[in-house]
Design a protein around this ligand. Structure first.
Ligand code: ZN
Ligand code: ZN
Length: 227
């Protein structure tokens, strides 16, 4: 079984596959236990649960925090909640209704036509109970939630100041080198660019995207080139 691999002193990465795409989920070590960032897709559930258990040992999983609610990030959420019922689930307050199904990504009507051509999956975790709905600047363990809307209305990145790292979700992807997320999956392209600019203003070195490898040391510099 593929296990979590250390990336920075407090952050571990597990790479899984969803259809044709590599997807990363992250474990962050805190004084009180661990935080899981993102939940992968539904077919990844048993692998992620086993890999989290192997990494945690006797330590508790305290939090499951989403960057956003897309199928490849929230698909295993209900299975993870069942496996780790003590973990507090959180995401941005603008994103929560898309995770539970009160709102649908398919109903967003951005002016660019490619968005309408992309597949829209059903809500990934109807009925899930959020322990906390995040605002920009809220702390998640030792990380700051950074509101980075655009790819989705309530997308957040997680800034680990101590490790000089930003877990950036789909604010950037690194499949063919660093780039903005694909237009066809992003609901507001102006906001996508604003969020890219905003991340470039943060102090960090390592950029940890959901798709593709971590960009170590040069992450901020590469992010700033897309401003
Ligand atoms: Zn996405
Ligand atoms: Zn994604």
């Amino acid at each position: 079984m593929k296990t979590f691999q250390a990336v920075t002193p407090h952050i571990w990465r597990l790479g899984v596959w969803f259809t044709v795409m590599p997807v990363n989920v992250w474990l962050v070590r805190e004084d009180d236990g661990w935080t899981l960032i993102d939940a992968g897709a539904k077919p990844n559930a048993s692998h992620i649960i086993a890999a989290v258990r192997a990494q945690l040992g006797d330590a508790p999983l305290r939090r499951i925090a989403l960057t956003h609610g897309h199928v490849d990030h929230a698909g295993s959420l209900l299975a993870l909640v069942e496996a780790f019922p003590q973990a507090q689930v959180m995401c941005h307050h603008e994103e929560a209704p898309y995770v539970t199904g009160e709102k649908r990504y398919a109903d967003l009507r951005p002016p660019h036509r490619s968005y309408r051509m992309a597949p829209k999956y059903p809500p990934q975790a109807p009925g899930v109970q959020f322990a906390q709905l995040l605002d920009d600047g809220d702390m998640v363990g030792s990380m700051y939630a950074v509101a980075t809307p655009g790819h989705t209305p309530g997308h957040v990145a997680y800034w680990h100041q101590g490790d000089n790292a930003v877990i950036c979700g789909d604010a950037f992807i690194n499949l063919w080198g660093i780039s903005p997320p694909l237009n066809m999956f992003s609901s507001n392209l102006e906001q996508v660019q604003k969020s890219i600019n905003l991340i470039g203003e943060l102090e960090f070195e390592h950029l940890l995207p959901s798709h593709g490898g971590p960009i170590l040391h040069k992450g901020r510099g590469q992010a700033r080139r897309l401003r």
